[in-house]
Design a protein around this ligand. Structure first.
Ligand code: TXA
Ligand code: MG
Length: 335
């Protein structure tokens, strides 16, 4: 199969591919998604095949109008309506009781479904011109999520019908995921919309343990995606926890071939080994936007060992922490 690269004025072509049961990678404000008709079981099964994704990891359905909710969920509770009003369209995914109409492949056999209304104009136009779209991130399973069309092409060339080039994603990491299917709302994956912003609308919410801790042996994941190694380049990433000075001292002493520092702008002048900066030390938005691209750049530079700062855990930095500890396989050294 030859993967087409479509421009943003070729969305009609993309919609035709979707309606025929094909796979199209589309930009969203978070990361690129690998989309198929959410009501077509075979097309959904092909998403799992193209990504090499385990079948027990459910997909998010993307909508372009609130009126599409009724065919996807059994209940649309007040809490979800309030969140929709405040954050949709935007980088928030809600887990709700699922409708029977959704093929079981989408939800991996669970009784719930994840729904998101993206703000990206291209994604919205594609959905409006076709159907609600099941779409995971458009990377090969385990690799960093793609934040531009080139990343998608590297992973998916020959595996999917087309990718729409919509430039760089503005957020750079996946949506915030909150479950509203139980008694208390639970944050399953942090993102651009923070726990504090959700609390402002919902009052108290729980943060799932797996957001910052590895799952214990035999423990069941509330969000199946949390149990897999993720976002990882080929290199071995080690997180260093300590002051900026300690970081510089530690990595400079280990400046050898094929080692890279994933650093902040403030570090650059003092480093004695190749580095890739992800932004200013306190500029979390920029760091989120840069992180996945920087991880792919580590591979391009043939890094074997990557040293990165272990971020503090604050409301603003939680999404960054969540991604980077997974990329590092939870390996943290106190320095
Ligand atoms: O920003 C995003 O959310 C991107 C763009 C393309 O929209 N999509 C994305 O999809 O990140 P994916 O498949 O890479 O991540 C979806 C996460 C997985 O961790 C999955 O386990 C979880 O959401 N999830 C999906 N349905 C679920 C459900 N019913 N219950 C619990 N977790 C669910
Ligand atoms: Mg993903």
């Amino acid at each position: 199969m030859n993967t087409l690269i479509l421009k943003k004025n070729e969305i009609d072509t993309a919609a035709e591919i979707i309606l025929k049961g094909g796979l199209v990678a589309m930009p969203t404000e978070t990361v690129y998604g690998l989309a198929a008709d959410a009501f077509n079981s075979q097309a959904v099964a092909n998403i799992f095949k193209a990504k090499g994704r385990p079948m027990d990891n459910p997909l998010i359905i993307h909508i372009s109008d609130i009126s599409q909710m009724h065919e996807l969920v059994r209940e649309f509770p007040e809490s979800a309506r309030k969140l929709a009003k405040k954050f949709w369209p935007g980088p928030l995914t809600m887990i709700l009781p699922r409708s029977e109409k959704i093929p079981k492949e989408v939800c991996a056999g669970l009784d719930t479904v994840a729904v998101r209304f993206p703000s990206n104009e291209i994604a919205r136009e594609l959905i409006s011109k076709s159907v609600p779209l099941a779409a995971p991130s458009a990377n090969l399973s385990g690799k960093p999520s793609p934040t531009n069309a080139r990343h998608v092409y590297e992973d998916m060339n020959g595996r999917i019908e087309a990718v729409i080039d919509g430039g760089e994603c503005s957020v750079g990491v996946e949506s915030t995921v909150i479950s509203l299917a139980g008694e208390t709302p639970v944050l399953l994956r942090p993102g651009d919309i923070t726990a504090e912003q959700l609390r402002e609308v919902l009052g108290d919410i729980k943060i799932d343990d797996a957001v910052i801790h590895p799952l214990k042996e035999g423990e069941k994941a509330a969000s199946p995606g949390m149990k897999y190694k993720h976002y990882a380049p080929k290199a071995d990433i080690t997180l260093l926890s300590g002051s900026r000075e300690a970081f510089i001292h530690y990595v400079n002493q280990r400046a050898e071939k094929n080692r890279i520092a994933l650093c902040y702008d403030e570090d650059m002048q003092e480093l004695k080994l190749p580095y890739i900066s992800i932004g200013g030390e306190h500029d979390y938005k920029k760091q989120l936007k840069r992180l996945f691209t920087a991880l792919r750049e580590c591979d391009e530079q043939n890094a074997k060992i990557v040293y990165a700062h272990c971020p503090q855990i604050t409301d603003e930095s939680l999404a960054l922490y969540n991604r980077i500890i997974r990329a590092a396989g939870f390996k943290i050294i106190e320095i």
